[in-house]
Design a protein around this ligand. Structure first.
Ligand code: ADP
Ligand code: MG
Length: 354
């Protein structure tokens, strides 16, 4: 397939490094998300893939062919922007057919109609963009990009202008369309939920570098840096000391408690580390005399009942404030001031360099 490969890509704007020695392999036909906070270098990376920006160093290849020096129109790459960039004076159909007609493709109109079918907008083909809703305009922009049958479709925060409800709906549709057309999608977003729901592979960017890359569930379950642990959902990170290594288990001390961690779930196996545990992976129990393994004591500081779940803040002994999410199944809830024990399955914890 036509894999997209970025090797050692760096982009400097005078003495500022926006993208720093990036290595990415994006398999043909995959839905790939570049996820990161504003300013981390996502758009700059997309612009280099599109040929709108020249890298300071490194190379880009597509299907084994070096395209680093190729101009944007020589690349089989199309971009969908957040602001859609539709032609206001043209009908929806003409907007979609425009690129094909310019290249004198013979059945341009028929292909444009098929693309509008794909995004379920055939019935609005005669309208002008201004007569459509934001979500519909976004789908026209998508049809216009897909109709050119690029090898790679770049999407830069394409749902950023939509309200939350429509955004969630479009995420499902966009994913469905990608599966149908089988094109490689490189989707840029700062919305972690969007990246996790849509992508096969997510690369988490920070300060121009990829911190971690992998399938959504793997990134969530086993973050390898504090940045990834905090950017993808919430994490409790507790300082710990490795006291011994026994087979594939690390023995730890966390604020005077003896705990364990699977060695392969830790990036660092000696000295002072951080133990991470997601709020929903913590069990909260009354603080009884018989202490559970892998647990720490605490006092409930705050309980927020949200219906299906309750979010607690617990002052954990020697650790500080820890967040706990519990599903409400009709059992007793804890209240401010309750003395509790927080316990977890060591298979759910992860270890990071301290
Ligand atoms: P993102 O899309 O992740 O928000 P960008 O790739 O747009 O981030 O920008 C990354 C960094 O590079 C930002 O600090 C931005 O200000 C800077 N930058 C982007 N384009 C230019 C440019 N043409 N000249 C100078 N700095 C730029
Ligand atoms: Mg951007």
């Amino acid at each position: 397939g036509a894999d997209l490969v970025l090797s050692g890509i760096t982009k400097r704007f005078s003495d500022f490094t926006a993208v720093d020695n990036l290595d990415l392999v994006i398999p043909s036909g995959s839905f790939f998300a570049l996820l990161g906070p504003s300013g981390c270098g996502k758009t700059t990376t997309l612009r280099m893939i599109a040929g709108l920006e020249q890298p300071t160093a490194g190379s880009i290849s597509l299907g084994g062919k070096d395209i680093t020096g190729a101009s944007s129109y020589q690349r089989p790459v199309n971009t969908v922007f957040q602001n859609y960039a539709l032609f206001p004076h043209m009908s929806v159909l003409d907007n979609v057919a425009f690129g094909l007609k310019r290249r004198k493709v013979r059945d341009a109109e028929a292909q444009a109609k098929a693309a509008l079918d794909l995004v379920e907008l055939s019935h609005l083909a005669a309208r002008r963009p201004a007569q459509l809703s934001g979500g519909q305009q976004q789908r026209v922009a998508l049809a216009r990009a897909v109709v050119n049958q690029p090898a790679v479709l770049l999407l830069d925060e394409p749902l950023g202008a939509l309200d939350m409800k429509l955004r969630r709906q479009m995420q499902v549709e966009l994913k469905k369309i990608q599966t149908e057309v089988g094109l490689t999608f490189v989707h840029v977003t700062h919305d972690q939920e969007e990246a996790l729901t849509m992508a096969d592979t997510v690369a988490v960017m920070n300060h121009g570098r990829v911190e971690q890359m992998g399938p959504p569930q793997e990134l969530y379950d086993l973050p390898r840096t504090a940045f990834v642990a905090n950017f993808l959902g919430k994490s409790n990170l507790m300082p710990a000391t490795v006291t011994a290594v026994a087979g594939d288990t690390l023995q730890l001390e966390v604020a005077g408690n003896a705990l364990t961690l699977q060695k392969d779930r830790a990036t660092d196996h000696t000295g002072r580390i951080l133990v991470g545990i997601r709020p929903e992976k913590l069990r909260m129990e009354p603080d009884l005399a018989s202490a559970a393994q892998d647990s720490i004591r605490g006092v409930v500081l705050d309980a927020s009942f949200t219906g299906a779940s309750t979010e607690y803040l617990v002052d954990a002994e020697g650790v500080g404030t820890v967040g706990v999410f519990t599903q409400n199944h009709g059992g007793a809830l804890f209240a401010d001031g309750d003395r509790v024990r927080l316990a977890w399955d060591p298979a759910h914890a992860f270890g990071l360099s301290g």
